[in-house]
Write a protein that binds this ligand. Structure first.
Ligand SMILES: CC(C)(COP(=O)(O)OP(=O)(O)OC[C@H]1O[C@@H](n2cnc3c(N)ncnc32)[C@H](O)[C@@H]1OP(=O)(O)O)[C@@H](O)C(=O)NCCC(=O)NCCS
Length: 167
């Protein structure tokens, strides 16, 4: 992710149905740039680029990267609504997990998602994540929501790694 991706990223995060899936309200452009220019400790943020149209369509990230314990929390967003439902989130997130396990040497990846985010839960399960926990929290739109925690260990990621490399 580069500084000049800011407007695009903020516009994706601000789309109401997308914003509702997060814990915190979407940032303004100024807030995003302040965050981008800051140290961003424990984070890795990449753009997802759609190859057939050579344009960015979303983001993947790791936060709370703990090198000592080998764990991090992962996130993803396909901001371009026309690029949803085409398997691109699955493909890019699988590649992102490989980056986490191979390059960042993670052993565990955690995701937290709203329990009604069916596409995200299905996608995560397909990549080997297991449901771990359920909790109630305020979502970014101010409503009380049920969230789930899902976890994938490096060992359990072997299957999708092989599938991804062979495709
Ligand atoms: C979550 C998100 C990344 C999914 O993107 P996507 O483009 O739909 O994902 P894909 O097409 O790769 O795969 C989605 C899978 O979920 C399935 N799915 C979609 N809607 C579903 C539903 N209502 N119930 C069950 N499964 C569903 C799809 O069939 C697909 O599985 P398949 O490939 O086996 O058919 C996208 O909706 C998004 O960016 N949402 C906003 C941000 C967000 O919620 N991020 C996650 C929070 S960390």
């Amino acid at each position: 992710m580069r500084r000049d991706d800011a407007e695009l990223v903020v516009s994706w995060r601000t789309e109401p149905s997308t914003a509702a899936m997060f814990f915190s309200a979407p940032p303004t452009l100024e807030e995003h740039l302040r965050w981008f220019d800051g140290p961003r400790w424990g984070r890795a943020d990449y753009m997802v680029v759609r190859k057939d149209e050579a344009r960015p369509i979303g983001v993947v990230n790791f936060k709370s990267i703990d090198k000592k314990r080998g764990c991090a929390e992962a996130g993803k967003l396909i901001g371009d609504l026309n690029s949803r439902g085409l398997g691109m989130a699955t493909e890019s997130f699988a590649a992102w997990l490989m980056y986490g396990f191979e390059m960042l040497e993670l052993r565990q990846v955690l995701v937290r998602t709203r329990a009604d985010n069916a596409a995200n839960i299905a996608l995560n399960k397909k990549l080997g994540f297991r449901l771990e926990d359920t909790f109630r929290s305020e979502a970014a739109d101010g409503t009380q929501q049920i969230f789930v925690t899902m976890r994938l260990s490096r060992e359990d990621s072997g299957g999708h790694r092989a599938r991804f490399i062979s495709s």
